[in-house]
Ligand binder design. Sequence first.
Ligand SMILES: *[C@@H]1O[C@H](CO)[C@@H](O)[C@H](O)[C@H]1NC(C)=O
Ligand SMILES: *[C@@H]1O[C@H](CO)[C@@H](O)[C@H](O)[C@H]1NC(C)=O
Ligand SMILES: *[C@@H]1O[C@H](CO)[C@@H](O)[C@H](O)[C@H]1NC(C)=O
Ligand SMILES: *[C@@H]1O[C@H](CO)[C@@H](O)[C@H](O)[C@H]1NC(C)=O
Ligand SMILES: *[C@@H]1O[C@H](CO)[C@@H](O)[C@H](O)[C@H]1NC(C)=O
Length: 346
Amino acid sequence: MRGAAAVLLLVALVPPCLSQERDPFAWLYSPRGHGFLRADSAGGECPEECDCPPTFPVAMYCDGRGLTAMPSIPARMKYLYLQNNAIRAVPDSAMVNATNLVWLLMQHNQLASDAVGEQAFAKMQGLDRLYLHHNNLTRIPANLPGSLRDLRLNHNKIEKVVPAELDQMENLTILYLHDNAVTDMGTSLKALKSLVLLDVSGNHLKTVPKALPGELHQLYLESNAIDTVPEDFLAHVPQLQYVRMAHNQLTDKGIPRNTFNVSGLVELDLSFNKLERIPLVSTTLEHLYLQANQIKEFTLGSFCNVVDVTNFSKLQTLRLDGNEISQQDIPTESALCLRRAANIEV
Ligand SMILES: *[C@@H]1O[C@H](CO)[C@@H](O)[C@H](O)[C@H]1NC(C)=O
Ligand SMILES: *[C@@H]1O[C@H](CO)[C@@H](O)[C@H](O)[C@H]1NC(C)=O
Ligand SMILES: *[C@@H]1O[C@H](CO)[C@@H](O)[C@H](O)[C@H]1NC(C)=O
Ligand SMILES: *[C@@H]1O[C@H](CO)[C@@H](O)[C@H](O)[C@H]1NC(C)=O
Ligand SMILES: *[C@@H]1O[C@H](CO)[C@@H](O)[C@H](O)[C@H]1NC(C)=O
C-alpha cells in the first residue's frame, strides 16, 4: 500500500506535458513483459484466463487476452488488470466478490453504459484508481465509490455529467474526461474538493465549467467551443497554475479585463482562438501562448503597468506567431518589461 500511495503521488506530480496522453508510469502497472512474475496460481484460486503471480497474490493480470466477458474475481484481489480486451459488460453479479479492489484498470475495452450494472462498482469501498478510458460509455457509471482518487473516462461518448455522479468523491485528485461529447458540466464539480487535475479538452463545451474546485492546479479545456469566460472564473482557484484553452472560439469581448490577471498562473494557452488583442495577464505569468489568433497590436500594458527594478513581467515564453503583427510592432521598451523573455516568437 505504501508503494501504491507513492505511485499515486508521483502520478499527481507528473508535469502536464507528460500526463496528457501517455502515462509515463505505464511500466509500473504492467509488469508483464518486463521480466517480472509470470507464474500461475499458487497464492490461491485464479481464473485460468488470467495470471495471478504467487509472489504478488493480490494482483490479477488479465490484460490483452481477447476477453469478451468479465472473469471471476477472487475476493483477495486488490489490483485487477483488464485493459486491452473486448469486454462488453460489467454486470453487478460479476463484481460480488470484488470488494477489496484498489486498482481496477479496464481501459481499451468495449463497455457500453447500458451494460454496466448500477451497483457494479458500489461495493469497492477502497477503490483508488478506476480506468475506463477508451470504451463506449455514454454516461459516467452510477454509484462510483467515494474513495476514488484517480478516475479516467477519456475517449468515451459521454454527453452529460450530472452532479450526483461525482457527488461523494471528496478525495478525487485526477479526473480525465477528455475526448468525449460533453456539452455541459453543470455544477458537477462542486463536491470535488481535492481535485488537482481536470482534463475536459476535446468536448463540446460552450462555457467553462462552473464551481471549479479550490485545489485545482491544472485545467485543460482545449478543443471545445468556448467563446466567453466569466470575469471571476479563476478567482476561487488560487492554486491554479496551468490553464489551457487553445482551439476554442474566444474573442476579446468574451474575456473580461481582469480574468487572466491573477497571480499564481504559470502557463496560459490561448492559442488558436479569435483574439485581436493581447489580454491583460499577471506579471507572475511565465508562459503565454497566443499563436494563431488575429492579434493586430503589441500592447505592452498587457504585461506591465509600471516598470522599474522590482516591477516587471516574469514571462519567459511568448508566442505570437500566426497573428497579424511582425517584429517591428514590438516596441523597444518591451525589453525592460519582458526582461525574462528569452524568445518572443512573432
Ligand atoms: C465469488 O466467490 C465464491 C466463493 O469463492 C465463488 O464460488 C463465486 O464463483 C465467486 N463469484 C464470482 C462472480 O466471482
Ligand atoms: C458503441 O456504441 C454505439 C452506440 O452508441 C454502437 O452503435 C456501437 O456498436 C458500439 N460499439 C461497440 C464496439 O460496442
Ligand atoms: C478520503 O481520504 C481520507 C484520508 O485517507 C479517508 O479518511 C476518507 O475516508 C476518504 N473519503 C472517502 C469518501 O473514502
Ligand atoms: C492586475 O491585478 C493586480 C493584482 O490584483 C492589480 O494590482 C493590477 O492593478 C491589475 N492590473 C491592471 C492593469 O488592472
Ligand atoms: C512597484 O514596486 C514597488 C517597490 O519597488 C512597490 O512598492 C509597488 O507597489 C510596485 N508597483 C506595482 C504596480 O506593482
